[in-house]
Design a protein around this ligand. Structure first.
Ligand code: ATP
Ligand code: MG
Length: 438
């Protein structure tokens, strides 16, 4: 079964005829039965019993199929089943993914949680099973959806992204399914919707948790029947679209509360991929920092910026409520504002550590602080250095990077001031324009 055999990738047509499809087909039938049961208000008890029985039989068949295929796989000496893969060393797992020419438009390290998500995505990719990706904002859900598309048999077909949270209710149906000329005021020509555009490819339903209940019903119907009707048209159009959805909400809880249809949740989440928050994979930060410094340098057409040790420390220990997107934005920002070397002063003010906090720069594992200085005089010198640096940075900020002005305000000799700036590796030009920003 394709789900357990990633080493040898059969051609696309072969994959379609493999049992992964029948596995999906069976799962689908179960869901159809379940939703018929759940939403029907007119079924007699006898019908309900009959449908339930069918559902149970189908479920057994699915379990049996999956069990048998695993057995055949093991007997044929095929690839390691999932649980063995998880037991392998993270470094080996990462290496194995790369050796299988895994397509990923970013970078990843040895973090076990992330590797597990990537391996699940890789296994799901060649099937047509619906995938639900969840994770906090900025963790890389859209990137993961692209991974699933790029590693599957539809990779040369369209990948159509729909932000379900951004479509007004009144336009939802037309946006997803298209409309016929004259179907409503403003429908001046025939228009095809996202599902039709994604025909033979993948449709990425982003922020699916934002989809209003009316839209959920319509979406469910398409998932069940694989066909759509443009608004204002009677013509039924068959669509072959692989569904990948993403959310930063807890859809299970939402379906318990009644704000997300449970049947739709089950249909979308046949495969579930969770993308861990950055704070749960801090070991990936150095890799991501290097990746984004290079990426920013390419974009800004300059050499990659160097980071002072204390900025690096900050980046290693920061909480990243905005996850990878926030880290990426920070590195683009410091790459743009700094000269050769970026420091804490190039961080946005709202997250920049206060000067007093700088004397105790965290190092090592999270929560650890720097070792006690060897002597009192060393501690005093370090604190005085920090105070001097903070004073210079604050001063330069206030005068917008004009050294002569700072020297005048502080009644200091300009060349002495230049010497101090040099000692601390501070570049006055990095502060130009900051006065206005406050
Ligand atoms: N492993 C990675 N390597 C490189 N870049 C990454 C990685 N993961 C995410 N990114 C980048 O981080 C940014 C955010 O990723 P993405 O848009 O996929 O997140 P998201 O979870 O969809 O966010 P949101 O919930 O806000 O829509 C993108 O620029 C993406 O390219
Ligand atoms: Mg997104």
């Amino acid at each position: 079964m394709k789900l357990y055999n990633q080493g040898a990738r059969p051609p696309a047509a072969d994959a379609a005829s493999h049992s992964a499809v029948s596995f999906a087909g069976l799962m689908e039938k179960i869901e159809i039965l379940r939703s018929t049961l759940r939403w029907s208000s007119r079924l007699e008890r006898a019908d309900i019993e009959k449908l339930l029985k069918q559902a149970t039989t189908l479920r057994d068949e699915v379990m049996g199929l999956s069990h048998k295929e695993r057995f055949v796989q093991a007997a044929a000496g095929g690839e390691a089943p999932v649980h063995e893969e998880v037991e392998r060393m993270p470094r080996e797992r990462r290496q194995a993914l790369l050796e299988r020419s895994f397509i990923f438009e970013g970078t990843f390290g040895d973090n076990p949680k992330l590797l597990e998500s990537l391996e699940t995505a890789e296994k799901a990719a060649p099937t047509d099973l619906p995938v639900l990706i969840d994770g906090e904002s900025g963790t890389g859900k859209e990137l993961m959806a692209k991974v699933i598309h790029a590693n599957g048999s539809r990779q040369d077909r369209p990948f159509i992204s729909v932000n379900c949270g951004a479509i007004p209710d009144s336009l939802l149906e037309s946006e997803l399914f298209g409309h016929k000329k004259g179907a409503f005021t403003g429908a001046s020509s025939d228009r095809r919707g996202k599902f039709e555009s994604a025909h033979t490819g993948t449709i990425f339903l982003d922020e699916i948790g934002e989809l209003p209940l009316t839209g959920q019903v319509k979406l469910l119907r398409v998932l069940e029947a694989h066909e759509i009707q443009r608004v204002g048209s009677d013509e039924v159009i068959a669509v072959d679209t692989r569904i990948v959805a993403a959310t930063n909400k807890d859809l299970r809880s939402m379906s318990k509360e009644g704000t997300f249809r449970e049947d739709l949740f089950y249909r979308l989440s046949v495969i579930h991929v969770s993308v861990p928050a950055l704070r749960e994979r801090r070991d990936e930060i150095p890799l991501l920092v290097a990746f984004f410094c290079d990426e920013a340098a390419g974009m800004l057409k300059r050499r990659p910026v160097r980071l002072t040790p204390r900025l690096r420390d900050f980046l290693m220990h920061y909480e990243y409520p905005g996850n990878i997107r926030e880290l990426r934005n920070l590195l683009y920002r410091v790459s743009c504002l700094a000269g050769d070397t970026a420091d804490l002063v190039h961080l946005p003010q709202d997250i920049r550590p206060k000067p007093a906090a700088l004397a105790v720069v965290p190092i090592g594992p999270v929560g650890a602080v720097s070792a006690l200085p060897a002597s009192l005089s060393e501690a005093k010198r370090a604190a005085s250095d920090e105070a001097e640096r903070a004073f210079l940075e604050r001063g330069l900020q206030e005068v917008g990077g004009t050294v002569a002005e700072l020297a005048r305000r502080c009644d200091m000799n300009r060349s002495h001031l230049q010497m101090l700036l040099k000692k601390h590796g501070i570049h006055s030009k990095d502060f130009r324009g900051q006065r206005e920003k406050g």
